[in-house]
Design a protein around this ligand. Structure first.
Ligand SMILES: *Cc1c(COP(=O)(O)O)cnc(C)c1O
Length: 213
């Protein structure tokens, strides 16, 4: 891992843009290294892997854990117990369950709703129309704090296509009066910043290549 990559990204970011360091596939040594540079937010997409690291890093009190992987219904309780942020809530049913479980667990997770803005069959998320239709109900949910929307662009888009798609997410967030947009990864983070991202989720550009995607 190259600490200089991390420092360069940090230097280029506007003040209102947060950097989530996606540490999936990497070990606690790498996390400690950039934690010591002041990085507090770490993203993981596999529950079991995340928990093992969280236990080993329990003395790093500044670390905030973000879940960014597919939310499986049968893992919701454990996710709610262990993560401050969930970026990848992709359906009304799961959101309902998260709210109920958060109430029972006396938690108040910060939530990003994943939206599906392209036809990429490998990516889930709320259909924007459904989200707007259900918004009045969603706003009433207890024990969660909906901060914004999240999206993942398909691979292989041009820079302009990326910006266009990210702007759709930004506009939808604005129309719902949500501040945050979790968008932009190693390959498209600069476009995401231009389009109004407030949370970049960057892994390989900071930590190097992973053995899985
Ligand atoms: C892995 C992952 C990232 C980071 O991807 P990189 O290309 O390594 O920056 C961001 N968001 C999600 C949802 C991911 O699963």
């Amino acid at each position: 891992m190259e600490i200089s990559n991390y420092l360069q990204i940090k230097k280029k970011l506007p003040l209102n843009v947060n950097l989530l360091a996606v540490s999936k596939g990497f070990g606690i040594q790498e996390i400690k290294t950039i934690s010591n540079e002041g990085q507090n937010d770490f993203g993981e997409s596999r529950f079991q892997e995340a928990i093992e690291k969280k236990i080993l890093l329990k003395d790093f009190k500044n670390i905030k854990w973000h879940f960014i992987g597919r939310v499986q219904s049968n893992k919701i309780r454990k996710i709610v117990q262990n993560f401050e942020y969930i970026h990848s809530v992709d359906s009304y049913e799961k959101l309902t369950k998260i709210s109920n479980v958060a109430f029972e667990e006396n938690k108040n997770p910060k939530i990003m709703l994943q939206v599906k803005l392209s036809n990429d069959p490998s990516k889930g998320g709320f259909n924007p129309k459904v989200l707007i239709e259900k918004w009045d109900q969603i706003k009433q949910f207890k024990s969660i704090k909906i901060k914004g929307l999240m999206t993942i662009n398909p691979k292989g888009l041009s820079s302009n296509q990326n910006i266009k798609l990210f702007k759709k997410c930004r506009q939808l967030s604005d129309s719902l009066k949500l501040k945050d947009c979790s968008m932009g990864m190693s390959g498209d983070w600069e476009e995401a910043v231009k389009a109004g991202s407030t949370w970049l989720r960057v892994g390989s550009l900071i930590f190097g290549n992973r053995s899985y995607s």
